[in-house]
Design a protein around this ligand. Structure first.
Ligand code: MN
Ligand code: MN
Length: 482
C-alpha cells in the first residue's frame, strides 16, 4: 500500500475527480459511521410523523441539557454563551440553539431540515363501509407516485384530539403482534384496462382507501355491521367515536423497520429518508458539538416542506423570525429591530435536504458530465435548486460555496456537487428560499437518495454519515479567526 506522500505525488492537483469515499475511509470514521447509522435506523424505524420527530428530538435534546425557552425563560431571563435552549411550535416544528461566544449581530449558523414526509392522511370523515368491507378514506400528502402505495403493509401513526382537548396518540402496525393495513390493487387478470393507462392515472388518488376491517358485528340493529364492529373496537381501545376523526391527524405510512440494504450492508432502506436523514444529522450535529460554538448554532426541524412550506408550522410562518427575535432579545441588551435584522443578514445556513443520486436503471434523466451526484461520494452540495432556467432557485453564492468546501475539506468531509437531473427534465425546491429572503447565505446540502418519495427510499450509510460530519463542521466553524 502506498503511503500518503506517494499517493499525493501521483495525484494531479489540477484535476478534481469525484471519488467513492469508501476507498479512503479511515477505520475510526468507519466505526463512527456504523454506530451513527445504527442510531439513525432506530430513529427512522420509530419516528414516522413530524409530531413523532418533534417529540423524539425534544427528548434527546433535554437529555443533552437543552431547556424549553418558553418554560424556563419566562419574562426577561437572559441567555449566555453555552446555554442550550429549544423552542417548539405546535408540537411539529422545532428550533434548537446552542448559544455561541460571538454577539448575535454577527449572525448565527443554521442547519435546517424538514421532518414531514409524503404519506396518506386520513380524511376528516374517513371510515366507511362498502361491500361489507371497511375502509379509511385518505387524501395523499406531498409528491407521491400513487401506484407505489398499493399492496404494502401500512401502519397508522397520529393523534386524535377529543372535544375536551384530550390527545389520544395512535401507533398501530409496527409491533410484530399488531395488525397492519393495506391499499388493494387489481389482479393482473382483471387489470388489462388499468394497465393501458398512464402511471399517474392507473391508481387514482381517490382509490387510495386503506382496508381496515371485514368482520361484522353480531346481534346489532345497525345496518353497516362491519363498520359498527370497527367503531366499537376503536371505542374500546381508544375511547373515541366517529366524530372524533374530524379532529384527528392520522398518517398512513409504510409499516415496519428501516433496514440495512445490500449484501455488503452499505446502504439503508427506510421510509422518509427525505428528509429525516438530513434532519437527524442536523439534530445530532448540534447535540454533539464538543465546545461552545463561536457563533450561536441552530438546528431547525420544520414541518410542511413537502407541500410548499405553507401554514403555521411551515417555514413561511413567522415562527423562525419570532424565535430569532426572542433569542436576540435574551442574549443582547437592549433589543432593537436593527440588531435582529443584522443578525439575520449576517447569518449562514445549510438547507439540509436530500438530493437525488444517479440511478443506473434510469440513466437518461441524470445530469451529464459528473454533474449528477453519485451514491457513496459524500454529502451533495446543490448550488441551486429550482427548475427550467433555475426558476425559483435559491442559489448559493460562489463565495459561500468556497467557504463551505473549505470547511468540509478541513474537516475531512467527503462532498460532491449535484443537480436534480438533466436541465429541463427535473427540478425541486427546499426551505432554502425562506431563509435566503433575509439576505443570509444559504446552501442546499444533504444526502443523495435513490427512489426519493417512494414508500421505501435508499440512502448510502457513508453519505448519511458524511452529511452529519459536514453539518457538525459547519456549526463548529473553526476555520475563521476569533
Ligand atoms: Mn426534502
Ligand atoms: Mn421531498
Amino acid at each position: 500500500m502506498a503511503d500518503e506522500k506517494t499517493k499525493n505525488a501521483t495525484r494531479n492537483p489540477l484535476r478534481w475527480k469525484r471519488q467513492n469515499a469508501w476507498i479512503g475511509l479511515a477505520s475510526d470514521d468507519e466505526q463512527a459511521m456504523e454506530s451513527y447509522c445504527r442510531d439513525y435506523l432506530d430513529f427512522l424505524s420509530t419516528v414516522k410523523t413530524e409530531r413523532e420527530a418533534h417529540d423524539s428530538a425534544v427528548d434527546v435534546a433535554e437529555q443533552a441539557g437543552f431547556r424549553n425557552l418558553d418554560d424556563i425563560y419566562k419574562g426577561t431571563g437572559t441567555l449566555v454563551p453555552g446555554d442550550k435552549v429549544y423552542r417548539s411550535w405546535r408540537g411539529k416544528t422545532l428550533l434548537l440553539a446552542h448559544v455561541g461566544r460571538r454577539p448575535m449581530k454577527e449572525g448565527v449558523r443554521i442547519v435546517g431540515g424538514h421532518t414531514d414526509a409524503p404519506r396518506l392522511d386520513s380524511k376528516p370523515n374517513p371510515i366507511y363501509e362498502d361491500s361489507e368491507l371497511v375502509l379509511l378514506d385518505t387524501h395523499y400528502y406531498g409528491g407521491i407516485k400513487k401506484y407505489q402505495w398499493v399492496t404494502l403493509p401500512l401502519a397508522i401513526h397520529g393523534v386524535v384530539i377529543k372535544q375536551d382537548g384530550t390527545k389520544v396518540s395512535v401507533v398501530i402496525g409496527e409491533a410484530e403482534d399488531e395488525p397492519v393495513f393495506t391499499v388493494t390493487d387489481l389482479l393482473p387478470h382483471l387489470g388489462k384496462e388499468q394497465q393501458k393507462k398512464s402511471m399517474t392515472e392507473g391508481v387514482p388518488g381517490e382509490n387510495l382507501n386503506v382496508l381496515i376491517g371485514s368482520r361484522p358485528l353480531k346481534d346489532t340493529e345497525e345496518k353497516e355491521t362491519v363498520k359498527e364492529n370497527i367503531l366499537r373496537l376503536l371505542h374500546e381501545t381508544y375511547d373515541i367515536c366517529e366524530e372524533d376523526f374530524a379532529s384527528a391527524e392520522l398518517e398512513i405510512v409504510p409499516a415496519g423497520r428501516a433496514r440495512e440494504l445490500g449484501l455488503d450492508r452499505s446502504m439503508m432502506l427506510g421510509y422518509a429518508h427525505d428528509d429525516r436523514v438530513c434532519a437527524y444529522a442536523a439534530l445530532r450535529a448540534l447535540l454533539d458539538l464538543a465546545e461552545i460554538p463561536k457563533f450561536t448554532s441552530i438546528t431547525l426541524l420544520c414541518d410542511k416542506e413537502e407541500i410548499g412550506s405553507v401554514g403555521a408550522t411551515g417555514m413561511e410562518s413567522a415562527f423562525f423570525e419570532n424565535t430569532i427575535a426572542d433569542l436576540v432579545f435574551r442574549i443582547e441588551k437592549p433589543y432593537s429591530d436593527l440588531l435582529y435584522r443584522r443578525c439575520l443578514e449576517n447569518s449562514e445556513m445549510i438547507s439540509a435536504d436530500v438530493s437525488a443520486v444517479h440511478d443506473p436503471n434510469y440513466p437518461d434523466v441524470s445530469a451529464p458530465n459528473d454533474n449528477m451526484a453519485k451514491m457513496n461520494c459524500g454529502i451533495v452540495l446543490s448550488k441551486y435548486t429550482g427548475s427550467r432556467g433555475k426558476s425559483h432557485a435559491s442559489e448559493a453564492s460562489a463565495e459561500f460555496m468556497a467557504r463551505i468546501r473549505s470547511i468540509f475539506n478541513a474537516a475531512g468531509v467527503a462532498w460532491q456537487t449535484g443537480e436534480l437531473g438533466k436541465v429541463d427534465v427535473g427540478g425541486g425546491g427546499t426551505i432554502a428560499m425562506f431563509l435566503a429572503k433575509h439576505g443570509m447565505d444559504v446552501l442546499d446540502a444533504g444526502v443523495g437518495l435513490l427512489s426519493m418519495h417512494a414508500p421505501w427510499e435508499v440512502a448510502g450509510k457513508l453519505d448519511a454519515y458524511m452529511t452529519y460530519k459536514g453539518y457538525k463542521a459547519f456549526l463548529a466553524d473553526t476555520t475563521r479567526e476569533g
